[in-house]
Design a binder for this molecule. Structure first.
Ligand SMILES: [Zn+2]
Ligand SMILES: [Zn+2]
Ligand SMILES: [Zn+2]
Length: 164
């Protein structure tokens, strides 16, 4: 049985990554159409660039890639596109890395837990309600109302550990 709280696992090197990118772009187009918001060519391209790898990209990497496409982009352009993609639930910003990664369960805002490999940089994404709930309860006990939660765990993936 697969664990449905795993939105994205550590993808092996030989997986069909073109399929990952195609699904991410298709989902984004459909969701934007349903919401009546525009997935402009720039927003789409930034999403595609974030999805180049399962490794988070920094805004300046993305800016460099847009410029090598021949686009005249400046940092605010990239940040605006990224804000749109984050708000619409297509990408996540990982605070510990100050970088962006494609969402494994796109199209809706959600709490997430991210496992970040310190060696290869790849990220797995979980959306485990039991984890969110226990954090909420612990916060409640301190009189703290928990709002948004993003849990970022740094470690080593199975491939880097030689376990898979
Ligand atoms: Zn992939
Ligand atoms: Zn997500
Ligand atoms: Zn790794």
């Amino acid at each position: 049985m697969t664990d449905r709280s795993v939105l994205s696992d550590f993808k092996p090197g030989d997986h069909d990554h073109e399929a990952c990118v195609a699904v991410a772009l298709d989902t984004a187009s459909t969701v934007c159409r349903e919401r009546g918001v525009r997935l402009t060519p720039l927003r789409r391209r930034v999403l595609e660039l974030v999805w180049r790898r399962h490794v988070p990209s920094g805004a300046y990497d993305l800016l460099g890639a847009l410029r090598s496409d021949g686009r005249r982009a400046d940092p605010p352009t990239v940040y605006r596109a990224l804000d749109f993609l984050v708000e619409n639930g297509f990408v996540h910003r990982l605070e510990s890395l100050n970088a962006y990664v494609g969402c494994g369960g796109p199209g809706r805002a959600h709490n997430g837990q991210f496992l970040i490999c310190d060696s290869c940089g790849r990220v797995a994404e979980l959306e485990d309600h039991a984890i969110s709930e226990i954090i909420r309860e612990k916060a409640d006990a301190l009189g703290f109302h928990a709002g948004w939660q993003t849990v970022e765990v740094i470690g080593l993936c199975g491939e880097c550990l030689g376990r898979v």
